[in-house]
Write a protein that binds this ligand. Structure first.
Ligand code: RNT
Ligand code: ZN
Length: 412
């Protein structure tokens, strides 16, 4: 009997069908961020990374052109199992023949190359306006700036991004999630916390006043607690973003690096599911701050996955990754992180949730604890390997990446 067959039997004893878990997992899309490939640099204006986020490290071989980034994405995606979408930022616009336009004037045609890339790979696209790393970010403010010129510039940018998102959805035949995140905030204690938020609110109203096809584009709003250099005050706080989203029927997005260290996104998921048709996630790994470390198969990633799976919400949660490590091979970082999310989802699909819920409802917390611990050492690895094999990707991915590093990356 193969290791998988034995594992299957063991899980059966817990009332868990491993074949079914594997099949379910295959169709769950994960939106993979393009920005792991080049440390969030983009191609449009050559400014260094700002907005209170940081990619640290200088591992050689970083993608510097659209072609390089696309080749790296291909390499990474060939080693990542399951259905994928590609998540782009506006700063990844491809300007050709010496043309260059401001972010307030970008058009679908500046993303034609990406659409072609996605279509050839049968993949959907998600999108993000880029409100950082740009000279029009004034005093760390964009949509909440007191300077009307600055605000208008970024409002027009977001409006342009809505059009591009619609274009993505139409071309790829898959809905596009467009996520708005602004870095706006103050390093030190502000004199007025209300006015910037009032301006952000008005700017969002203006952006969303443009009609767009809500069955094709899901606008999400991402909150944050603080950024580097913006420690005292963040305009787009959790309360602001949640309230705005629910009042305006857009989708809230939670990034698990954006909360106080003992808060967990896993605990927030069920609350949001009760009040929203859809919710969105940026899965990352914060280490002491919003450090955007590569996602691992750790406790909180598993708990996030479990809240999605046991609440039967796989089709209600837009799952995306968001991390950037420049200190290790970037392609390996990509693959390890996205595989970890998948692994967590498989782990979640292999839990006897019905039994566990019953134990909780009947107050048998002793047995619940013991069962939870027992499931941790069930032969998960064998089911994971079966999933990889039946998804057409190798179990070991590093050899191939090391070869790619030698042949391609080291020549850059
Ligand atoms: C920043 C947010 C945001 C960015 C990306 C690049 O703290 O998490 O989602 O990481 O848009
Ligand atoms: Zn994020």
């Amino acid at each position: 009997m193969s290791r998988y067959d034995e594992a299957k039997k063991i899980y059966e004893k817990f009332g868990v069908n491993t074949d079914k878990a594997i099949e379910t997992l295959k169709s769950v899309p994960i939106s993979v961020h393009c920005w792991q490939g080049d440390d969030v640099t983009g191609f449009d204006c050559g400014e260094s990374l700002s907005g209170g986020i940081q990619a640290t490290g200088n591992y050689p071989g970083k993608a510097a052109t659209p072609d390089e980034l696309m080749a790296d994405i291909d390499k990474a995606f060939s080693l990542i199992p399951g259905k994928k979408k590609l998540n782009l930022h506006a700063s990844y616009a491809v300007f050709e023949n010496g043309e260059k336009v401001g972010r307030d004037k970008i058009e679908p045609r500046h993303f034609e190359k990406w659409v072609k890339f996605a279509k050839e790979r049968n993949m959907g696209l998600d999108f993000n306006p880029t409100l950082f790393s740009h000279p029009m970010v004034k005093d760390n403010l964009t949509l909440s700036s007191p300077d009307e010129k600055v605000r208008t510039y970024w409002i027009n940018h977001c409006k342009a991004c809505l059009k591009i998102s619609e274009y993505f959805a139409e071309e790829t035949g898959e809905p596009c999630v467009m996520n708005i995140w602004i870095p706006d905030g103050y390093k030190d204690i502000p004199a007025d916390r209300l006015s910037p938020r009032a301006r952000f609110k008005k700017s969002l109203d203006e952006i969303l006043s443009v009609p767009y096809d809500k069955s094709k584009v899901y606008v999400t709003l991402e909150s944050k607690v603080f950024g580097i250099g913006l420690e005292a005050y963040t305009v787009g706080s959790a309360e602001f973003c949640l309230s705005y989203s629910s009042r305006n029927n857009i989708t809230p997005l939670m990034d698990n690096g954006h909360y106080h260290p003992t808060e967990t996104v896993s605990d927030k998921i069920p609350s949001l599911l009760l009040f929203n048709e859809k919710i969105a996630l940026h899965i990352t790994r914060p280490m002491r701050w919003d450090s955007d470390h590569v996602v691992l198969f750790d406790d909180e990633t598993r708990e996030i996955a479990r809240e999605i799976v046991r609440n039967d919400a796989l089709d209600r949660v837009f799952i995306a990754t968001d991390y950037f490590d420049a200190s290790i091979n970037r392609i390996s970082a990509w693959v390890t992180g996205v595989r970890s999310v998948r692994k967590a989802l498989l782990f979640a699909l292999l839990q006897p949730d019905g039994e566990m819920k019953k134990l909780q409802e009947t107050g048998n917390m002793t047995r619940l604890m013991v069962l939870r611990e027992e499931m941790k050492t069930a032969p998960f690895g064998d089911v994971w390997e079966q999933y990889l094999k039946t998804s057409g990707v190798p179990v070991n991915y590093l050899d191939e990446i090391e070869k790619y590093e030698k042949d391609v990356l080291s020549a850059r």
